[in-house]
Design a binder for this molecule. Structure first.
Ligand code: 0RA
Length: 334
């Protein structure tokens, strides 16, 4: 290919990338659902999601989320750091590609164990496009690299700004007021609830949440540390709160079928309410699905078979149904 054609196709590619980012700004709700409170918070989840993926791939165990004084958000992890080397096809740093190209997310390791779903899985470039300002800092190979963006456009090429013994990625973004016209104020409780949920769904990861807008009496910032050793088992106990259990332990199982890991935890309490929560890739599947259907069927079949074999159904004057096995049930499938 002649240099001229190469140059042309390169600029054609970058125009396409630009259009992708421009399109996010033009139709934000296509990417983040809405531009109200929900969309504003989805930006945080999208960035955290990348760090969760890095943790699930086994490369990091701690994620820090900070609500800064100005309602900008910082997400930091101790993973490998987003690669900063030159991306051959794009002619810029891999970091810049991740940050400015729609759908570039997992491009660098296709085999990566992508489990975390993000909001619509749109990636951090989408957050960048919808931010007035974003700063990405990478701690990698003993060096600190940085790049900043305005409304998704890089302000300068990735530069080295120092040396470090740390490893990881830090992203700070300030949502664009011209996009998020309803509110720019983050809710601590909303973010905390999602971080708690993520820590239950991904046991072993530590997620710290700090609110720099508020200090406690001792001068420390408000915040919490979320960490779950037992995962869904603890989640079930948390959900059941003060309800009275009628079995002594949470029943739980983990299994991998093909490439798909499945986790289930359940307990019975003395109420009549059925509480089943289902997740796929860390996203609550409110509408249910085949995973939930399969669980219900399996539960009914198993308990019915047991009840039958133990003669428990002999005196029963009616056909026992699936509903009967779900009275007082609290369960989570992920
Ligand atoms: C792909 C490849 C590599 C790191 C990451 C993605 C990565 C992305 C994010 C986003 C937030 N935190 C992250 N941490 C890591 C590195 C591949 C390698 O070093 O071989």
């Amino acid at each position: 290919m002649s240099d001229e054609i190469k140059k042309n196709s390169y600029s054609a590619d970058s125009i396409q990338a630009l259009e992708g980012m421009e399109h996010v700004r033009m139709r934000p709700s296509m990417y983040i659902g809405d531009t109200g409170v929900r969309g504003l918070h989805h930006l945080v989840y999208e960035v955290v999601d990348n760090s969760i993926d890095e943790a699930l791939a086994g490369h990091c165990d701690t994620i820090g989320v900070i609500i800064n004084e100005d309602n900008s958000i910082t997400v930091e992890d101790n993973g490998r750091g987003i690669p900063v080397d030159m991306h051959k096809k794009e002619g810029v740093s891999a970091l810049e590609v991740v940050m400015t190209k729609i759908g570039a997310g997992g491009k660098f390791d296709k085999d990566s164990y992508k489990v975390s779903g993000g909001l619509h899985g749109v990636g951090v470039s989408c957050v960048n496009a919808l931010s007035d300002h974003l700063r990405a800092t990478v701690y990698r190979d003993g060096k600190i690299y940085e790049q900043e963006y305005e409304k998704g456009k890089s302000m300068y090429p990735v530069k080295q700004i120092g040396e470090t013994t740390k490893r990881g990625t830090m992203v700070t973004f300030k949502p664009d007021a011209t996009i998020f016209t309803q509110t720019l104020e983050y809710s601590y409780d909303t973010i905390a609830a999602r971080m708690r949920e993520l820590s239950f769904l991904n046991k072993g990861i530590t997620i710290t949440l700090t609110d720099r807008r508020h200090t406690k009496e001792n001068g420390d910032f408000e915040g919490e540390v979320f960490h779950s050793k037992e995962g869904l088992k603890e989640f079930v106990r948390f959900l059941d709160g003060n309800r009275v259990p009628i079995i002594s332990h949470v029943i739980s199982m983990e299994h991998e079928k093909g490439e798909i890991p499945v986790e289930v935890a359940l307990i019975y309490n003395d109420s009549y309410a059925e509480n089943i929560f289902s997740y796929v890739n860390n996203i609550n599947t409110h509408e249910g699905g085949t995973h939930l259907q399969g669980f219900r069927m399996g539960l009914t079949r198993t308990l019915k078979k047991y009840a039958d074999a133990s003669g428990l159904l002999e005196k029963l004057k009616f056909e026992i149904s699936g509903d009967d096995f779900r009275e007082g049930l609290t369960a989570i499938i992920s």
